[in-house]
Design a protein around this ligand. Structure first.
Ligand SMILES: [Zn+2]
Length: 83
């Protein structure tokens, strides 16, 4: 019975963290000014750091869950090289 409670608490905390990540990331758009976030660093745990250079001071966001921003990490780059 206690195991069930522990598992439920674990799942609930995961869901909560995920929601915060998704909310901060906001599909790669800064919530303050609407500018696209720039991926500037990845830490040793695999967390991705994003920054909004349009905000003053710069707004930094760290995303730790892999499914939140997978489109951003592996973007389909437009063929600008031959332009
Ligand atoms: Zn901003």
């Amino acid at each position: 019975m206690i195991i069930t409670v522990v598992i439920l608490a674990f799942v609930a905390s995961l869901a909560l963290c995920r929601r915060i990540d998704v909310k901060s990331y906001n599909n790669g758009i800064c919530k303050e000014c609407g500018a696209p976030l720039t991926h500037f660093d990845t830490d040793s745990q695999g967390g991705r750091g994003y920054v909004c250079y349009s905000c003053e001071p710069y707004r930094y966001i760290w995303i730790s869950y892999p499914w939140v921003d997978h489109k951003h990490i592996n973007p389909i780059l437009p063929p600008v090289a031959h332009r």
